[in-house]
Design a protein around this ligand. Structure first.
Ligand SMILES: [Zn+2]
Length: 268
C-alpha cells in the first residue's frame, strides 16, 4: 500500500499557502477518492483563499471526478472559512458537527460512516482541540485523518476545559490505531506521520509529563496558578504568562477531578 509524502492510494493532499505559527506549512486539504471512481470526498477546504479552493476544484476536475461532499474536521477558520466558496464552485454539500457550518448537508457524529462511490470513512469524535473536533478513519488505506487533534509536527492547542476530553480522544485514537492496524496519520497541518503508535505515545506522554510537574508543584506546597507558573514555567516571556496560567488552571481542574490533587485546588 502506497503511503508517501503527498498521501496514500486514496488520499491526496493539496497544501493551502497559509503558513503560520498555528498552521505550520499551511492547511492540508485532503482529496479522497476510490481508485477509478467519480465521486470525491474533500476534507477541510481550508481558509477563504480563492486560488487554493479553485486549485482543489480543478485538481478534482482534471481527474475526471466530481466532489460529492465536503467534510469539516472542526470549525476553526483555517479549515472551514473556504467551505462556502468551495460549495459554490463544486455544488457539493458541506457536512460538519456544528449546524451553522453545514451547507445543504447533514451533521457528523461519532460512529457515522460516510460513503461515496465505494470509498468509506468512519467518523471518530475527538473533542479537545475544539469541542467539535473529529477524526476520519479510512480503513481501506489504514490511515486516519486527524485534523488538528494530532498535528504533523509539534503539539496542538487545547480548548478551555478541553483537557479531559482531549486525553480521552488521544486514548481512543491509540486504541483504534492498535485494533485497526492504522499505519499513518494524515494531519490538518504538517507532514504525514507514518509512526502513529509513537506519535500518540509522544502526545500522551507530553501531556502526562506536564501534569506530573503540576502535581509535583502542588506536593511541594504551591497553591495558586501563579505559584505553579513561576515554578513550572520559570523563565517564560511575560507575554505568554496569562496563557500559561490558564493552562495551569485547566490542568489543576483535570487533576482534581481525577483525584490526583485535593479537590479545592481544582477551583483555584
Ligand atoms: Zn488548523
Amino acid at each position: 500500500m502506497r503511503i508517501d509524502g503527498s498521501g496514500t492510494l486514496r488520499a491526496n493532499c493539496v497544501l493551502c499557502p497559509n503558513p503560520g505559527p498555528m498552521t505550520l506549512d499551511g492547511t492540508n486539504t485532503w482529496v479522497l477518492r476510490e481508485p477509478g471512481a467519480r465521486g470525491v470526498i474533500v476534507v477541510d477546504p481550508g481558509p477563504h483563499d480563492e486560488r487554493h479552493l479553485e486549485r482543489v476544484a480543478r485538481t478534482v476536475q482534471e481527474q475526471g471526478a466530481q466532489v460529492a461532499v465536503t467534510l469539516l474536521t472542526h470549525h476553526h477558520p483555517d479549515h472551514s472559512d473556504g467551505a462556502r466558496y468551495f460549495s459554490e464552485l463544486t455544488g457539493a454539500p458541506v457536512r460538519a458537527v456544528e449546524p451553522e457550518l453545514r451547507i445543504g448537508g447533514d451533521g457528523l457524529s461519532d460512529g457515522d460512516t460516510v460513503e461515496v462511490d465505494g470509498l468509506q470513512l468512519r467518523v471518530l469524535a475527538t473533542p479537545g482541540h475544539t469541542a467539535d473536533s473529529l477524526c476520519l478513519h479510512l480503513p481501506a488505506d489504514d490511515v486516519v485523518l486527524t485534523g488538528d487533534t494530532v498535528l504533523g509536527a509539534g503539539t496542538t492547542m487545547i480548548a478551555d476545559d478541553g483537557l479531559a476530553a482531549y486525553m480521552d480522544s488521544l486514548h481512543r485514537l491509540r486504541e483504534l490505531t492498535e485494533s485497526a492496524g492504522v499505519r499513518a496519520l494524515l494531519p490538518g497541518h504538517g507532514p504525514i506521520c507514518t509512526e502513529p503508535r509513537d506519535k500518540l505515545a509522544e502526545y500522551i506522554g507530553h501531556r502526562e509529563a506536564r501534569l506530573a510537574q503540576i502535581t509535583a508543584a502542588v506536593e511541594a506546597g504551591d497553591r495558586t496558578a501563579e505559584e505553579i507558573v513561576a515554578r513550572v514555567y520559570a523563565g517564560i516571556e511575560e507575554g505568554v504568562v496569562p496563557a500559561a496560567r490558564s493552562s495551569v488552571r485547566a490542568q489543576l481542574r483535570y487533576l482534581a477531578k481525577r483525584g490526583d490533587i485535593p479537590a479545592e485546588l481544582g477551583e483555584a
